[in-house]
Design a protein around this ligand. Structure first.
Ligand SMILES: [Zn+2]
Ligand SMILES: [Zn+2]
Length: 268
C-alpha cells in the first residue's frame, strides 16, 4: 500500500486564518486531515476535508478516480469536502452512525440520492472487503459516533487513528497491535502548545483541562505507538500552535516515530 498524507492538520488548519502565533507566521502549512491509500490501481480516500479540492489538485486526481471513501467521523474537518463528490461513483464506508450524521443530519444526502455516493454502513469491529482491501472500523476515544480503521492488504496492516484521546477500548487496541504503519493523532507536543491554542480560542486557558482534549499530545501518541509495537508510526492532525515540522522532528522523531506533513508518501 502507498499512503499519502493529503492533510496533516487539525480542524483549523495551519496557518489558522488571522492567527499571529509563531507557527502560523513560520510558513508551515497543514491542511485539514486526509489520506490517500493506493494499491494495485485502487484508490481509497480517508475523510473529506474542507481542503479536499486543493488536496485533489495537488494529487492530480479527480473524485472520479476515487473508488472508496472511508469516513472516520462527522466533524466539520472530516466531512465538509463531501460536496466535491458530485459526479463521482464512489462507495462510502463508515460506522452506521457516522454515515447517518454525515448524510442525513448534515445535508449531504443529495449526493447519495443523485447516485454519486453509495453508502456502505459498517458495524464496529466487523470487517468489510472492498477491491482487495479488508477494512475494519475500530471505536476510539473521540466524540460519538467515530472510529478509526484497520486496513489490511497483501499481509500488510495500516492502522488509522487520526482523532482520539487516550481511552481507546481494549478490543480496538488488540486490533491495532503490530501495525506496519500507524497514523496517530498528535494534536500538539505539550501542554504549553495546547494551552496556547486554548488561549487563542477562549481568551484565557483557565477553563481548559487536558482531560477535555479529545486528542492525544505527541508524547502520548509516541508511548501508545511503542506499546502497540507499531513498526512505524506517523503523527497526524497537528494543531496550529504545535511547533513547525523541523522542531517536532528534532524533539520526537526516531526510527519508529515520524512527524507527518502534507504530501508525505509512506509505504506499507
Ligand atoms: Zn479532526
Ligand atoms: Zn474530530
Amino acid at each position: 500500500m502507498k499512503i499519502t498524507i493529503l492533510g496533516s492538520g487539525c480542524a483549523w488548519g495551519t496557518p489558522k486564518a488571522g492567527c499571529e502565533c509563531s507557527t502560523c507566521r513560520s510558513g508551515t502549512e497543514r491542511k485539514r486531515f486526509g489520506l490517500l491509500v493506493e494499491a494495485e490501481g485502487v484508490k481509497l480516500l480517508v475523510d473529506a476535508s474542507p481542503d479536499l479540492r486543493s488536496q485533489l489538485l495537488g494529487a492530480r486526481l479527480g473524485v472520479e478516480g476515487i473508488d472508496g471513501l472511508l469516513l472516520t467521523h462527522p466533524h466539520y474537518d472530516h466531512i465538509c469536502g463531501l460536496g466535491e463528490f458530485r459526479g463521482a461513483k464512489t462507495e462510502v464506508f463508515g460506522l452506521r452512525g457516522v454515515l447517518h450524521a454525515a448524510f442525513e443530519k448534515s445535508g449531504f444526502g443529495y449526493l447519495v440520492r443523485g447516485g454519486y455516493l453509495k453508502l456502505r454502513p459498517m458495524t464496529a469491529y466487523r470487517a468489510a472487503t472492498f477491491r482487495g482491501f479488508r477494512i475494519t472500523p475500530i471505536p476510539l476515544d473521540h466524540d460519538f459516533p467515530s472510529s478509526g480503521f484497520v486496513l489490511e492488504k497483501s499481509g500488510k496492516k495500516v492502522v488509522i487513528a487520526n482523532d482520539t484521546a487516550p481511552n481507546i477500548p481494549e478490543k480496538s487496541l488488540a486490533l491495532m497491535r503490530g501495525a506496519d504503519l500507524l497514523l496517530i493523532d498528535s494534536w500538539a507536543e505539550d501542554m504549553a502548545a495546547v494551552k496556547k491554542a486554548a488561549r487563542l480560542l477562549y481568551g484565557d486557558d483557565s477553563r481548559f483541562r487536558l482531560s477535555e482534549l479529545r486528542h492525544l499530545i505527541i508524547p502520548e501518541a509516541k508511548a501508545l505507538s511503542a506499546m502497540l509495537d507499531a513498526r512505524k508510526a506517523v503523527a497526524v492532525h497537528m494543531t496550529h500552535t504545535a511547533a513547525p515540522q523541523k522542531e517536532l522532528e528534532r524533539r520526537f522523531g526516531d526510527a519508529h516515530f515520524g512527524i507527518g506533513y502534507d504530501g508525505l508518501a509512506l509505504k506499507a
